[in-house]
Design a protein around this ligand. Structure first.
Ligand code: ADP
Length: 310
């Protein structure tokens, strides 16, 4: 087995019950060394609960969970030093300066270096990595919201974690900060082989970052694969839209060329505003979540001829 095939997260039959309500049912997945895994799902799907169990902050009701080979419910300090968590609680340390806080927090990791990983990150290098070099000597209370989020990320990785958890990391980022953050995530995965599990509501972000995407809905995994694989669960369904006599139509089909040809043969010049669109991750996501909720079969959903309301 090569290093890149090492299983870093191993979750099998995970269940979580609050009172009499099950919020995670039989959740099973793995993540491998250096993989970026994106967890998608509507509010209340169980994403935070899953992440907090993996982080060791909540105790599961049932199932087997191994994080870096250890049950997080029994993780010791050495284990914790290998795991990075991005929290949003550093607003309280307003009088600390950016570099100073990172150096201070980093010092806790110094005893946990290994042959391969020198801990912690050098504070200046880290400040540059998250795009805060001009703010290194600023007090935290003087930072903007976006700059504080970058600092949150820096704090999450100061110990050079092998595994990093990011719960909606780019919420509140402006487009530039978002792009820089995406570069950082890819660099951590590619150059430092950090395994990353992140949640987001931004499907473009998921598509850009994920080696693999999992969709959680109602506490169950309803899809797991690359963005391309998830796309293929709904495609080869292209979406064809057109108008005829002022009315708008939409049809999902896996043979869009033939469909359009037949459409013109039948209606000729009465067809206008023709548009053929390949399925996007957003379509796949909405469709899978909708199917899971309504119990519709994929075939039934795809074969509907839909007249689109204006
Ligand atoms: P997500 O992060 O996907 O929005 P959560 O993991 O926060 O979902 O929540 C999943 C479900 O568990 C929700 O129905 C939520 O109301 C419920 N839940 C979360 N935390 C608790 C708790 N401490 N006690 C009871 N129910 C909870």
């Amino acid at each position: 087995m090569t290093t890149s095939e090492e299983v870093v997260l191993d979750v099998d039959g995970l269940r979580m019950r609050y009172g009499t309500t099950d919020v995670l049912h039989d959740v099973t997945f793995q993540a491998r060394h250096g993989e970026v895994l994106v967890l998608l799902g509507p509010n209340g799907a169980g994403k935070t609960t899953t992440i907090e169990i993996l982080e060791g902050f909540r105790v599961r009701s049932a199932g087997r969970v191994e994080v870096l080979g250890t049950d997080p419910a029994h993780g010791d300090e050495r284990w914790r030093a290998r795991v990075g968590v991005v929290l949003q609680s550093w607003r309280d340390h307003g009088r600390w300066r950016v570099r100073e806080l990172l150096a201070h927090l980093g010092s806790y990791y110094a005893g946990y270096s290994t042959e391969l990983i020198q801990r912690p990150w050098d504070a200046d290098e880290l400040v540059a990595m998250v795009g805060l070099p001009e703010h290194a000597d600023k007090q935290i209370r003087m930072l903007s919201g976006g700059q504080r989020r970058r600092l949150d990320v820096a704090i999450g990785i100061v110990g050079r974690p092998e595994l990093l958890f990011l719960d909606e990391p780019t919420a509140g980022f402006d487009p530039q900060a978002r792009r820089e953050f995406h570069d950082l995530v890819r660099r951590l995965a590619e150059e430092h082989q950090t395994t990353i599990l992140l949640t987001t509501h931004d499907l473009d972000e998921a598509e850009k970052l994920a080696d693999r995407i999992m969709i959680l809905n109602g506490g169950r995994i309803v899809a797991d694969g690359t963005a391309e694989e998830l796309g293929q669960r709904i495609v080869g369904e292209d979406e064809v839209r057109w108008t005829r006599d002022g009315q708008r139509f939409m049809r999902s089909t896996d043979e869009s060329t033939k469909f359009v040809f037949d459409l013109f043969k039948q209606y000729g010049e009465a067809i206008a505003d023709l548009e053929v669109r390949r399925s996007s991750l957003e379509d796949t996501y909405l469709s899978l979540v909708h199917q899971a909720e309504s119990g519709l079969s994929e075939a039934a959903a795809a074969n509907n001829l839909v007249e689109v309301d204006q």
